[in-house]
Design a protein around this ligand. Structure first.
Ligand code: SAM
Length: 245
């Protein structure tokens, strides 16, 4: 068994150095003491602000546990190619599921998209609170999946703002292409980065697709079956990972 990958991991906001003593925050300390029932001298992994990972030893437990940094670990769990997922806003439980799974599957950046047919509207007043909750979900999922980086979540964007998130390859997962259109393997010719946009429960409005095509996106199929939006995002990330690894 790889002991390092099985060690519990926590993100810290600072840049770490060997032999440094680090205080974990209250929530992480609670997790270490009450959930994981760890003891002094147990080892954990810390991922720092530079996306480097270190093995550390617990020195003291309590409300703010302390750990001593032992050594940097040569490990990279990030996708070979950064993928931005532009995800149409969907209902809360499905959205939370998407955030968790897209993080586990390696998404580098998540752009909540105010699609024409999104039934969920982003309320600008509540967005800060919502984003805080979303960040907690992706941070936990990133720790659980031993990622080096927590995915970025941008502010919800309308179609005109999507130009900011273009990559080397820009794809629309379009339900009308299912079973006939180009597949991921046809369009991923060793790009440095990729952006994929997934529509809401009701799919894309045709005018919206035209606007995206003008922006430089191209349509692809995710296979013969019509998937739910959150399944489509998970499928796309898994397939891209398998194709570029
Ligand atoms: N309401 C639409 C329909 O019945 O045709 C389906 C929308 S689907 C639930 C939500 C989104 O998932 C789509 O807008 C698309 O982005 C993506 N999607 C689902 N299945 C797909 C497929 N086979 N190919 C491409 N995209 C797909």
């Amino acid at each position: 068994m790889n002991l390092v990958i099985s060690m519990q991991q926590y993100f810290v906001k600072e840049v770490l150095h060997n032999h440094q003593i680090v205080a974990l925050d209250e929530q992480q300390s609670f997790h270490i003491v009450k959930v994981m029932r760890m003891k002094e001298n147990d080892h954990i992994v810390l991922a720092d602000a530079d996306h480097k990972v270190y093995e550390a030893e617990l020195l003291s437990l309590g409300t703010f546990a302390e750990a001593k940094v032992l050594q940097q670990l040569q490990r990279n769990t990030e996708m070979k190619m950064p993928v931005t997922v532009i995800m149409a806003l969907i209902k809360k439980d499905k959205w939370d599921f998407f955030l968790m799974k897209a993080t586990e599957l390696g998404a580098a950046r998540i752009v909540p998209y105010k699609a024409k047919r999104s039934v969920v509207k982003s309320d600008d007043e509540k967005i800060d609170k919502k984003k805080q909750r979303w960040m907690r979900i992706v941070e936990e999922a990133a720790e659980q999946s031993r990622r080096q980086c927590v995915p970025e979540i941008t502010d919800p964007a309308g179609i005109k703002e999507l130009k900011k998130y273009l990559s080397d390859v820009n794809l629309i997962a379009y339900e009308k292409e299912s079973g006939s259109g180009k597949l991921l393997r046809d369009v991923l010719n060793q790009p440095q980065s990729a952006t994929i946009i997934i529509g809401p429960e009701g799919g894309f409005d045709p005018g919206e697709v035209d606007e995206l095509l003008n922006m430089g996106f191209e349509c692809i199929s995710l296979g013969k079956r019509i998937l739910r939006a959150e399944t489509a995002a998970c499928y796309a990330l898994s397939a891209i990972d398998a194709l570029v690894e």
